[in-house]
Design a protein around this ligand. Sequence first.
Ligand code: IMP
Length: 181
Amino acid sequence: MEHISYKGLEFEPYIKNEEIQKEVKRVASEITRDCGNEKPLFLCVLNGAFIFAADLFRSVDFESEISFIRYKSYSGMSSTGEVKEVLGLTESIEGRTVIIVEDIVDTGLTATQLIESLKTKNPKQIKLATLLFKPDSSTCGLVPDYVCFNIPSKFIIGYGLDLDGLARNLPDIYILSKDNK
Ligand code: IMP
């Protein structure tokens, strides 16, 4: 993996796709253990989680469904602190197990707001699965149920994560380089 540059910023290799796939399989087996008999609804939070959700959903072999919701809180490399729902949930989740699939839990604002809004629809239970978790950035005390990788509070791109819409198609994950001025 080579250093890459987006919008004048340097990024260095961080997590290879093979490692990601290994952790996705681990999380899939934890979800199978906990929710395999629940016919859960996986709820992918667009845009960033679409690649993780596709790999995770294909790694479980019990009866389940997937749906999509869109939230937006980031502009450039930082959270705006304001979370907007751009595409809502259409299915009923009453009495169901819902597994939220996030790309990254940073401040935790997006996931906390989503969980609060889902709770008003009377699900049986809500679980949160995330590819990446920045424990030091969390401002809500939220701890995801399933985490592929805990990472430091640095900006990362690739495997669905973007810098202003770019870099989502990189198979591996890259981290903002220390060399940026
Ligand atoms: P939170 O509401 O602060 O937890 O942020 C959630 C959203 O911010 C994620 O779903 C991402 O879209 C975005 N985000 C947070 N950290 C990063 C990052 O390091 N790279 C790219 N997007 C990020």
